[in-house]
Design a protein around this ligand. Structure first.
Ligand code: TXA
Ligand code: MG
Length: 314
C-alpha cells in the first residue's frame, strides 16, 4: 500500500473513500477502527492485508442504528433487550441474515455476525452516510497494541493507511463481546462495558466463555496487545532497570514511569492503558512492570488485556 496516504480531512472525504471501496481508520468511543464497507469483499480483504490478520478471525460490523442492524442479523427477545444498551461499547454475536449481503470474509464463514452501534458521533455519521455497515477491527497491526489516537494508528501502520483524525477515544478499551448461545448470555471478551453492569441490566448471570460453554471468539489469542517490551504483572515495587506502569498508590518517580490513575479510578486507567503502554514502549526498555489492578468492574477487561500483553509471544 502507498506510503503517506491522503488522510481524509473531513467526514465527507472519509465517506467518499469508503464508498469507493477504500479502507479508512476512524475513531469510536472504544478504540480506533480500521473500516471498510462490510458488503464489499475486496474492500474488507484490504483490511486483513493491512493488519496481516489471520483470515479465520472475523470482524465486527458497525451499524449506524438499530434499523441498520436489523437488516443483517436476527434478534431473539433476549438479544433485543441487550440492544437497548446501544449505542455503546457492546458487540452482540447474533445469527446472520445470510441473504442480506455481508461479505463472507467479514464473518470468516461463520453463520453469526458480531455487530455493534458505536456511541461516537463521528463513527455513526460516517456509517450513516456510507449507508452500509462498516467492518472495522481495531486499527493496529494484528497482535499489537490497539490505538486510541490517530497518531498511534499512523505510527502502527508506518503511515500506510488513511486515517480520519477525530480526536482521542474516550473509553480506551475495546467493546465487550456477548453471544447468546442456547438462550444463555455468554461473554466472549471482557471490554469497556463491565460484565456486572450487563448482569444488573438483565438481572441474570453472564457466563464466561469456557470450553464447556462451547463458544468463543476466534480472535482471542493468548498473546495479543503486545508491546515490544516484555511485561511483568502485579509488581508492587518498581525495579530500577524496568519501566513502571503504576496504579493508585503503586507508583514510581523514575522518568520511565507512568501512573494509569493516581486516584485508582478504573475508568481513567482504561482510557490511559494503551496510550501509556505505547509511551513506555517508546522508551526502548526491555521490560515494563505493571502494578496490581483490582479484578472488579472494568478491571476485568484491563487485566484481560494486560495478561495477553504479558503472554509469551507466538
Ligand atoms: O471496540 C471494539 O470492539 C473495536 C472497535 C473498532 O469497534 N473493534 C475491535 O475489533 O476490537 P477486533 O477485530 O480487534 O476484535 C473483534 C473480536 C475478535 O476477537 C473476533 O474474533 C471476534 O470479535 N468476533 C468477530 N465476529 C465474531 C463472531 N461471529 N463470533 C465470535 N467472535 C467474533
Ligand atoms: Mg483488536
Amino acid at each position: 500500500m502507498a506510503k503517506d496516504p491522503n488522510h481524509p480531512k473531513t467526514v465527507k472525504d472519509a465517506v467518499a473513500l469508503l464508498r469507493a471501496g477504500g479502507i479508512c481508520a476512524f475513531p469510536t468511543e472504544t478504540v480506533y477502527g480500521l473500516g471498510a464497507d462490510a458488503t464489499n469483499s475486496d474492500a474488507v480483504l484490504a483490511i486483513y492485508e493491512a493488519k496481516q490478520r489471520p483470515r479465520f478471525n472475523p470482524l465486527i460490523a458497525h451499524c449506524a442504528d438499530m434499523e441498520m442492524t436489523e437488516k443483517y442479523v436476527r434478534f431473539s427477545p433476549l438479544a433485543r433487550k441487550l440492544s437497548q444498551l446501544w449505542p455503546g461499547p457492546l458487540s452482540l454475536v447474533l445469527p446472520l441474515r445470510e441473504e442480506a449481503g455481508i461479505a463472507d470474509i467479514v464473518t470468516a464463514g461463520l453463520d453469526t455476525l458480531a455487530t455493534r452501534v458505536p456511541a461516537h458521533p463521528v463513527a455513526r455519521q460516517i456509517i450513516q452516510a456510507v449507508g452500509h455497515p462498516l467492518a472495522a477491527p481495531s486499527a493496529n497491526p494484528s497482535g499489537k497494541l490497539s490505538a486510541t489516537t490517530a497518531e498511534q494508528v499512523k505510527k502502527g501502520f508506518n503511515d500506510a493507511v488513511p486515517v480520519f483524525d477525530g480526536g482521542n477515544c474516550e473509553m480506551g478499551l475495546e467493546s465487550t463481546i456477548i453471544a447468546i448461545h442456547e438462550e444463555r448470555v455468554v461473554q466472549l471478551r471482557a471490554g469497556a462495558l463491565p460484565r456486572i453492569e450487563i448482569e444488573q441490566f438483565l438481572n441474570c448471570h453472564v457466563e464466561l466463555a469456557t470450553s464447556e460453554v462451547g463458544i468463543s471468539a476466534p480472535g482471542m489469542l493468548a498473546s495479543h496487545y503486545a508491546p515490544k517490551a516484555d511485561i511483568s504483572l502485579n509488581v508492587e515495587t518498581p525495579e530500577p532497570d524496568a519501566a513502571y506502569l503504576g496504579f493508585g498508590k503503586h507508583q514510581s518517580s523514575m522518568p520511565s514511569a507512568l501512573n494509569l490513575s493516581p486516584s485508582a479510578d478504573l475508568h481513567e486507567a482504561a482510557r490511559n492503558l494503551f496510550a501509556y503502554l505505547h509511551a513506555l514502549d517508546a522508551y526502548g526498555v526491555s521490560r515494563i512492570c505493571v502494578a496490581p489492578i483490582p479484578e472488579t468492574g472494568l478491571g476485568e477487561a484491563i487485566n484481560d488485556r494486560l495478561r495477553r500483553a504479558a503472554a509469551p509471544r507466538q
